[in-house]
Ligand binder design. Sequence first.
Ligand code: ADP
Length: 479
Amino acid sequence: MTKFDNYINGEWISADHYVKNINPSDISDIIGEYASANAAQTERAINSAYSASQSWGDSTPQERFNILDFVANELFSRADELGDLLAREEGKTLPEGKGEVMRAGQVFKFFAGEALRLNGEILASVRPEVDVEVTREAVGVIGMITPWNFPIAIPAWKIAPALAYGNAVVFKPAELVPASAWSLIEILSRSGLPKGVVNLIMGAGRIVGEAIVTSDKVGAVSFTGSVATGENIRSKAASRGAKVQLEMGGKNPLVILDDADIDVAVNCAVQGAFYSTGQRCTASSRFIVTAGIYDEFVQKLTAATKALKVGDARDSSTQIGPVIDEKQLQSDLDYIDIAVKEGAKLVCGGQRLDLDKKGFYMQPALFIDTSPHMRINKEEVFGPVASVLKVSDYDEALKTANDTEFGLSAGICTSSLKYARDFKKKSQAGMVMVNLPTAGVDYHVPFGGRKGSSYGSREQGSYAREFYTIVKTCYIWAI
Ligand code: ADP
């Protein structure tokens, strides 16, 4: 069995302990054994990033461009191979896996360009003969803690801007998906990056993650994951004065009005709720449907949901891959029980599937006759589970859509410009989709939510600069 080590100060370093990476489509398939670091190794990784950060902060835009562009080009050229690896360890289908690798490449390309565009401002002072310069500097060391659902794209959209703006990186991927992270860092290790600038430290959240969050040498922490972990990280990192950026859960609504194109609406619902096995923080889990279109929508959505083919992520006929692991599958099934007990009507799916290969398969579940107070409409399930809520008109739909502690993405299907415009304005989500699924975003524009979904400044696009830089204001008197 091949062992994969951590990358610290430009070297591959073995660990005392290794964890098996299991294919969720076929649990007899072990992808490899991945290092699980202890606190002392994490400390070494942080120290090496800290030592490297000063000179990397002085690197030229051209050096940064060359490295990020190299990574982008290799991701593009190896998208089939790395997409297959991603599908094998995470359970996404092959097109989804390859698409995610391409996305990671596009993110690196974008930030290669951003490295060349870092600018500041010169303003006239209110005092005579004085100029004011506003510039941006690197933060220093950025700690990154990532989840399992986008094993290469989320690391890419944190690492690429960190490097573009001159920061060093300590990166801890999720325990369940180390192979994509390792592959990305392996590419970076051959990119010409000086030693210590990027460090990969695989291991447990409570050991490695905790050490990153609490180290005084880590100037900023970017986290994507669950609400509970995010809140814990916020209190620890913010209390020592570090910058913090959190992307957490969602309970994203898709409103369907009477005047919607029914086929567009059903397609948005199926894509948004069930693709990637519903394991996206932007997945739609609440379909809020006005009375005039309700019956037709439910009938067509039920048929489309039943027709989804669940199977091995790497089988070309599969539309919905497995759930990530046994624990998540059990949690999804528990939510099915809770919803049924609370009076929701299960119209299809919701059961574990036993296929030829032993894996974590579940038939996508659809509930109708649900109401806003039910747990299924309040808590994030993070699986292929969605529910339908019937409302009388647009006003009730808007109120129901905003009736959540989350605010990541919200969608509306309508042919009315008036309602679409109103929804764009009044939705309490960070991202609003009109006649499009709630999940599926562009790589060159800001990503993030409101309320309990996100904290700190936005990720991605040129907005990422806010988190990965610190502003300096200089006054110059020309005597
Ligand atoms: P999920 O349910 O998606 O696994 P988590 O929030 O538990 O969500 O995990 C997201 C990331 O946070 C993972 O990389 C995990 O190892 C890390 N993590 C978990 N617990 C902690 C912690 N106490 N401190 C820092 N990171 C943690």
